[in-house]
Write a protein that binds this ligand. Sequence first.
Ligand SMILES: Cc1cc2nc3c(=O)[nH]c(=O)nc-3n(C[C@H](O)[C@H](O)[C@H](O)COP(=O)(O)OP(=O)(O)OC[C@H]3O[C@@H](n4cnc5c(N)ncnc54)[C@H](O)[C@@H]3O)c2cc1C
Length: 466
Amino acid sequence: MANKALVLELRQIVGRANVLDNMVNLQLYQYDAYLEEHRPDAVVFVHSTEEVAQVVQACNRHGLPFVPRGGGTNLSGGTIPFEGGVVIEMIHMNQLLEVDCSNLRARVQPGLFNLELGNALAPLGYQFLPDPASQKAATLGGNVAENSGGPHCFKYGVTTNHVLGLTVVLPDGQVVKLGGKAADPPGYDLTGLFVGSEGTFGICTEVVVKIVRLAEGVKTLLAIYDSIEAGSESVSAIVAAGMVPATLEMMDQLVIQAVEASLHCGLPLDCATVLLIEVDGLKDDLELQAKAIEDLCMAHGAREVRVAKDDAERALLWAGRRGAFGAVARLAPSFLVCDGTVPRTTLPQVLRKVAEVGRKYDLRIPNVFHAGDGNLHPLILFDWRDADQKARVLKAGMEILELCVAVGGTISGEHGVGLEKMEAMRLVLSEADLRSQRRVKQVFDPRNLANPGKIFPVPEEVLCAR
Ligand SMILES: Cc1cc2nc3c(=O)[nH]c(=O)nc-3n(C[C@H](O)[C@H](O)[C@H](O)COP(=O)(O)OP(=O)(O)OC[C@H]3O[C@@H](n4cnc5c(N)ncnc54)[C@H](O)[C@@H]3O)c2cc1C
């Protein structure tokens, strides 16, 4: 438990009810959607930039680390207080502060859920494009810190392409503004540096995002295949033909069966894979785009291509895709979500090898992923109560990342590095590369208090000295 003096100070800053320090409450903050657990010393709910700054300053006075937390939906252990300290829960800072349609900007607090921003913008005819499948429970602050992607990021880019400015409490408690509403601010692109920093450079307390008009129309297609290869080849063919659909998502048979069992979306249970493809844009052009994609899918081995006939059918298909991770929980007590990226032309070969890894370690591995981006999410099923299975899962996960790197891909598409992939960083970065990145961390956080023990593996010289 945190020392009494710190708890007292925290209570003076945020009020008694906003500090948790008893064992049962702390246990609720010792895990996120990854596999490890570590208990914090205290949890603090904050309501303003000023409170965040004061809490961070208190942590500095006591030399204790702090870990920002939004919805806790990250899959890489980002919010696990690996070295103890104070979890700073941002979920009450959830206001939409400003919508500026004329300048295509919105200003939000970081605890706002991604979907709530979308719901507020839609009646005005606007949208925020990054749309992680977790958008009901993932906050904008978490999206920024993980540089999150989502189905629409194939066409429109990930979070970093939509964030223009940030208010940040630095690891020493100072408040700074990075970027802003205007395009192309002078000086270093510190906004870009902060996005994807996983809470290791401080805490963002306000975010300025780009918004865009809702598309005039959308059409959603479901292409059904009897082989994964044919589905993967269609993905490459669509892109090679110069088409950029808004989404290009893939689900394999095990995932389809789990989704159907829980959500009843009308997906065919007997196929090997489906592609969920959406085109958006001017209404006049949609039929043409959809027909061209349908023809390409049929030419590359689709058994059938269905077009959603109305909004209800479209919503059902998306409920299936967005609910896929949840539905897979029917198949096993636990699963590890791998997140690697590969050149999309290598999808068939990599998916075959992922299946081989499953056979080698005697583990089932369904797949649901952002195929257009080549961003794989093999879901390795297991039972967390079985230590042997857990060990095999971790080995299989690492082997899958090695496969991704071997074909020219990388170890993360959108879920961040966190605790999960620290060792895998060595697959893509040399010790010199890692040193230069660690130096940036030292500039922002010389005392190593902001979410320590994340992203970077322990340096080789330290390992050798142990
Ligand atoms: C079912 C499911 C589906 C998912 N689908 C996707 C997907 O399609 N695309 C995708 O990219 N991810 C996906 N994810 C992963 C996850 O939802 C995203 O990483 C999301 O952005 C995390 O948001 P959060 O609010 O839950 O952040 P948290 O999990 O609370 O935190 C994530 C990281 O951000 C840091 N952080 C949180 N708030 C702040 C802040 N204000 N300032 C600084 N750092 C902060 C934390 O310290 C941590 O390192 C999925 C997860 C689940 C469970």
